[in-house]
Design a protein around this ligand. Structure first.
Ligand SMILES: [Zn+2]
Length: 284
């Protein structure tokens, strides 16, 4: 049976109007189609985002620091983590004290103020930096990506573990990684650390963006810039090798309360030292 097209159209309009009328109050404005808004990742957070933006991340959670998922068995947890055990350039390592050489390989900073973006990624507290902050290692430009923390320290100094270690992770266009390691020791309260600790997310796998709180990673860096240089790896799975490590000689003071505050969130997130094998460590 064929109806003229205008009759079908008219009956459709009547049906739609009736449906709207029966489900909505008279005062309700016409419904607009709902657009699904995806959870934003830290990189996608815009400065105009809410003061407290929360998101859930595809963070890897198959490894950790407990007996059942800790550093001794990382290589067994995934085929992607094999190098954690079989690698020749693994980090951290023990750093034997040596007299710094005349510093011919200076690190220079061009770090910018940025709104605090802070995450608990399930393994550490991480401050993310937007593009624009750069470190220059022997003149080569690497962009600052994040700052995160370990307790106790991962590198050891002449066999001694220190209370905490901060890592400033940089990448260049080729995907190469340069990390600055800074020992944190007990002393005076550190205002930069205080700024960050005040905004640690309440739960794991959460992010926060504080648009009106500017941070500059330069505020964590000590004046004296001699450092141990060696080629190592990420200290967390997948333990990727080829990372250029710069572990500063000069530690930075944080208060006992600041150490305790971090340990309430992460009581232990440090990988034990790895064999040096045939590597050289130079104290620049
Ligand atoms: Zn680290």
């Amino acid at each position: 049976m064929n109806y003229p097209i205008y009759l079908i159209a008219a009956s459709l309009i009547v049906t739609l109007l009736t449906a709207c009328g029966s489900t909505k109050d008279k005062d309700t404005p016409p419904a607009t189609p709902k657009v699904e808004i995806k959870e934003k990742t830290p990189k996608a957070l815009e400065p105009e985002a809410k003061i407290e933006a929360k998101g859930v991340h595809p963070y890897d959670s198959d490894w950790g620091y407990e007996k059942e998922n800790g550093p001794n068995i990382w290589a067994q947890l995934s085929d992607n983590y094999k190098i954690c055990e079989s690698g020749e350039l693994q980090s951290p390592i023990n750093l034997k004290w040596s007299q710094p050489q005349v510093n011919t390989r200076k690190i220079e900073f061009d770090y910018k103020d940025a709104p605090l973006q802070i995450s608990d990624n399930g393994h550490s507290i991480v401050v993310q930096f937007p593009p624009g902050s750069n470190g220059y290692f022997g003149g080569k430009q690497f962009e600052l990506v994040n700052l995160h923390f370990h307790t106790s320290s991962e590198h050891t100094l002449s066999g001694n573990q220190l209370p905490m270690e901060a890592h400033l992770v940089h990448k260049n266009e080729l995907g190469q990684i340069s990390i600055i390691g800074i020992f944190l020791i007990e002393g005076r309260s550190n205002p930069f650390i205080e700024k960050i600790w005040n905004h640690i997310p309440a739960k794991k796998y959460q992010d926060r963006l504080i648009p009106n709180l500017l941070v500059n990673a330069k505020d964590l860096i000590p004046n004296r810039m001699t450092y141990y240089f060696y080629v190592g790896s990420l200290t967390t799975p997948p333990c990727t090798e080829g990372v250029r490590w710069h572990v500063l000689n000069t530690p930075v003071e944080v208060s006992r309360d600041q150490i305790i505050a971090f340990r309430k969130v992460y009581s232990n997130n440090s990988r034990p030292v790895q064999p040096l094998k045939s590597r050289n460590v130079i104290n620049y």
